[in-house]
Design a protein around this ligand. Structure first.
Ligand SMILES: [Zn+2]
Length: 187
């Protein structure tokens, strides 16, 4: 075995998908084997055994779990997860808490999600979110006469200094200058 029992048990308890494809666990009392990420109820530790391959698990008399389908190797629909993530971000990029909650529902760890997302869209989710937010702020600055504090609040910043440093990082200028420049420049 590649991993110590403690580590594998930890992965089972946490439903850690980073271990998917690296080992399988089986539950003796029910006769099925699962991916580490399986969301079924955590079995009793004493009833669990571990396998490196499906073949080993099947030879030992276990069936694949109907829920996590360890027998379908490409079951984790990576593209689908990336697409759903993007959809969530597009919908909730100004509502951080809501976004985090929704992303948790996808059942993938944040790290894993970042990798999947980057593979698909070329940037990590956080960068994509920040880009959307910056674009939205620019729009509000030039197309509305909302105050900067209202814009900051609207885009999900509780603190004005945090908003300023965010904007500066994204655009290289301050909200005021950006707004003034856009008006003065006769855009
Ligand atoms: Zn399962």
């Amino acid at each position: 075995m590649q991993f110590a029992e403690d580590e594998m048990w930890g992965a089972v308890v946490d439903c850690d998908d980073n271990y998917d494809g690296r080992f399988l666990y089986a539950v003796k009392t029910v006769g099925v084997y699962c991916r580490p990420s399986c969301k079924s109820r955590t079995p009793l530790r004493k009833n669990v055994c571990y396998f490196e391959t499906q073949e080993n698990a099947q030879n030992a008399g276990f069936r694949p779990c109907k829920r996590c389908r360890p027998d379908l190797t490409d079951y984790v629909p990576v593209l689908e997860i990336a697409r759903q993530t993007k959809e969530l971000i597009d919908g909730y990029y100004c509502q951080r808490e809501q976004l985090i909650r929704e992303m948790k529902q996808l059942g993938v760890t944040t790290n894993h999600l970042a990798v999947i997302f980057k593979q698909q869209y070329g940037v990590p989710p956080i960068q994509y979110i920040n880009r959307l937010r910056a674009e939205q702020v620019k729009k509000m600055l030039t197309e509305t006469d909302m105050s900067i504090i209202d814009i900051a609040g609207d885009i999900g910043f509780d603190s004005l200094p945090a908003f300023y440093s965010f904007f500066k990082r994204q655009t290289g200028t301050t909200p005021k200058k950006y707004r003034g420049g856009a008006i003065g420049g006769g855009k």
